[in-house]
Write a protein that binds this ligand. Structure first.
Ligand code: COA
Length: 367
């Protein structure tokens, strides 16, 4: 059975920064309160012309560059997002078209902030089964578009960004060692974005009622998160036949510094073992785990051979964890340039649209 290795990684974060100071000009809050209650100092916010797919494509290209893999080699693209570009088509299909992943299947996975754990596990299992060889998993968010900037309960928390992993099959042991996924829909009302779905399609009333914004019972989510984080990590470690001492790093979903601190206490593990960067990004939902990972890899903290426990939790309710042996870059025989495929992809997309138009024109004449 092949192993599923993480061989590429990349992030994309919009440039504009919104500090706590800036937020305190919009709602009745202040820097001190936000820092002490969440650990967040600032977050990045997408520009008007940046979308979930824009960030996803940039992160994807960087991940393919570090894996030295051409997009045409991809068999599968999973985009996980709590702020997908549309209900449909899937954001993953927009990415597939823009990066020129000509043979890849593409779909979106919705599991809120646990999405990156779920998606990486799904891609890894597809590789482990032998049905595919190369997969791209992306967590991408423009949550600022669904944030009520008049609600101090939520607007202090979220930020925009994207992160991606490339997973590849190899006979060499390593890569994803274990994963667990859980859900509890009885807590569905704790964290919601109700508007725009089939139950509350967009109407003047739904907009007036603010149903197109994130709504949250912060305390309930806090209690849930601290309860499940440690459990999920332990379960995943058990499945991998490892102990907490065997892992060099724990990379948690970055929702709140205090949640991570409490989880560390419950696990009786020093906070230094946790990769934390929430202070600069806020909660970027599905993107938070890959953003934290890539920063830690690029800073030389995470090294090949390190064992890492990843843990996520979020709306649904959903939660999950996975244990990975970090592979790092695979030495390349020949350099590929995934970014150059974008031009080809644009041309290909244009030609296909033109052919579809011509086909439509002639089939109309035949009718
Ligand atoms: C949202 C969260 C930071 C609120 O922190 P908290 O300690 O629970 O704060 P509370 O809601 O109890 O509010 C405490 C007080 O601060 C006030 N307050 C709430 N938000 C405030 C803000 N942004 N600025 C200043 N004061 C604020 C409240 O009105 C309350 O005042 P009161 O005591 O006079 O009534 C915290 O509950 C949390 O992080 N929950 C998890 C959220 C999360 O991670 N969601 C995503 C999961 S993927």
């Amino acid at each position: 059975m092949p192993f599923a290795h993480i061989t590429g990684w990349g992030i994309s974060v919009p440039e504009p920064v919104l500090t706590n100071e800036d937020v305190s000009k919009m709602v009745d809050t202040n820097d001190e309160w936000i820092r002490s209650h969440t650990g967040i100092h600032e977050r990045h916010i997408a520009r008007e012309n940046e979308f979930t797919s824009t960030l996803a494509v940039e992160a994807a290209i960087k991940a393919l560059q570090s894996a030295n893999l051409a997009p045409t080699e991809l068999d599968l693209i999973i985009v996980t997002s709590s702020s997908p570009e549309y209900i449909f088509p899937a954001t993953a299909c927009l990415v597939q078209d823009q990066i020129g992943a000509t043979k890849a299947g593409a779909f979106d996975l919705s599991a809120a902030c646990s999405g990156f754990i779920y998606a990486t596990n799904m891609a890894a299992q597809a590789i482990r089964s032998g049905s595919i060889k190369n997969a791209l998993v992306i967590g991408s968010e423009t949550l600022s578009r669904f944030t009520n900037w008049k609600d101090r309960n939520t607007c202090i928390l979220f930020g925009d960004g994207a992160g991606a992993f490339v997973l590849q099959a190899s006979d060499k042991p390593g890569g994803l060692l274990s994963a667990v996924m859980h859900s509890d829909g009885s807590g569905a009302d704790s964290l919601t974005l109700l508007g725009g779905g089939a139950r509350y399609p967009a109407t003047e009333t739904t907009i007036h009622e603010g149903k197109h914004f994130i709504q949250m019972d912060g305390k309930a989510v806090f209690r849930f998160a601290t309860r499940v984080m440690g459990q999920a990590i332990k379960e995943s470690l058990d499945l991998a036949g490892l102990k907490l001492d065997d892992v060099q790093w724990i990379i948690p979903h970055q929702a709140n510094y205090r949640i991570i601190e409490t989880a560390a206490k419950l696990l009786k593990t020093p906070l230094e073992k946790f990769v934390i960067n929430i202070e600069r990004y806020g909660n970027t939902s599905t993107a938070s785990i890959p953003i934290a990972t890539v920063e830690a890899v690029e800073a030389g903290r995470v090294k090949p051979g390190d064992k890492i426990a990843f843990v996520g939790f979020g709306a649904g309710l959903t939660w999950g964890a996975m244990v990975v042996e970090w592979t790092g870059s695979i030495p390349a025989k020949k350099q590929v340039h995934p970014e150059q495929y974008r031009l080809f992809a644009r041309l290909r997309s244009f030609v296909r649209r033109a052919l579809r138009f011509i086909e439509g024109f002639f089939s109309r004449r035949e009718l």
